[in-house]
Design a protein. Structure first.
Length: 289
């Protein structure tokens, strides 16, 4: 079993988000979208009646979504935090990241940003503080806030719902072995970057969210996870994995062996170069007449 920690210049734990961009040429799953989903009323009224917050959106993106839904000036919802009186855990220190639960929310007449945020946090507390989440967190020797933090990383890193439990296990295994998490998603959060993918200069960023340079969990969640990610965080799939990488779409590989992981990384790099070359060739083709 690989328990030592290779140098940061030698390893990327995951390149899932970057791979998704390469594979499709567009921002897809794993890249947070700041645009809310607004649903119009059945009577044909142009005013939206529902706001849908998808899993994995950051607090900053939820604020922007509420601003747009309520037709408020940019930044209004964030400013409303001071008077929102959100029922957050003490560990959050007033930061609602992780507790703006992804769900469908009604947009009633004269609803305020404070009311919407309070409803999101109330929904999160109902989901997180009851069984089985609270019991599952205790079973894994952590509190609920730590479980939400792990779930937020799982939400950002897992390519599919089926991989969530394995990603959670990698996090637990690394924490138990005193290894840094080395998750690209936490560095992207530190940099306020939506497009995933860490470069060397990103790894060196001085931030408590830099899980290449800092040990343990980041100080807060890095997004607002959904129920599947929360379940993965409290019931990680059994395994000894320490590394994972999505070699190509639909092919995420988990391993406990660093050399095997490096082989997977090399295969990913080969696939990546092939995709780049194919795109160049396609762009060089004369246009259809």
């Amino acid at each position: 079993m690989q328990t030592n920690n290779p140098s940061r210049s030698m390893i990327r734990l995951t390149r899932r988000g970057r791979l998704a961009l390469i594979a499709t040429g567009a921002v897809v799953a794993g890249t947070a979208v700041a645009v809310p989903l607004l649903i119009l009323g059945d009577d044909g009224d142009s005013r939206p009646t529902t706001l849908v917050i998808p899993e994995g959106r950051r607090a900053s993106q939820v604020y922007a979504a509420v601003d747009k839904a309520l037709e408020l000036p940019a930044g209004s919802t964030k400013k409303s935090l001071a008077k929102a009186d959100l029922k957050l855990p003490g560990d959050a220190d007033g930061n609602p990241e992780g507790y703006l639960f992804p769900a469908t929310y009604p947009l009633k007449e004269k609803v305020t940003p404070e009311q919407l945020l309070a409803l999101m946090v109330e929904t999160a507390n109902k989901k997180f503080n009851g069984a089985p989440i609270a019991a599952g967190a205790q079973r894994n020797a952590m509190n609920v806030y730590q479980a939400v933090t792990i779930a937020s990383i799982v939400q950002a890193e897992a390519s599919t719902k089926a991989d969530m439990g394995k990603v959670a296990r990698v996090i637990f295994n690394r924490l138990e072995r005193g290894m840094p998490l080395q998750m690209d998603s936490t560095v992207d959060y530190a940099l306020g970057r939506s497009a995933p993918g860490v470069k060397e200069e990103g790894i060196e960023v001085n931030s408590p969210y830099n899980s290449y340079a800092r040990m343990g969990l980041p100080p807060t969640p890095i997004d607002n996870p959904g129920e599947e990610a929360m379940r993965a965080a409290i019931t990680p799939t059994p395994g000894d994995w320490l590394y994972f990488i999505t070699v190509k779409p639909g092919d995420t590989r988990f391993t406990a062996d660093y050399n095997e992981h490096q082989s997977d990384v090399a295969e990913f790099n080969t696939w990546q170069e092939k995709e780049k070359q194919e795109r160049k060739e396609k762009q060089a083709e004369p246009g259809e007449k």
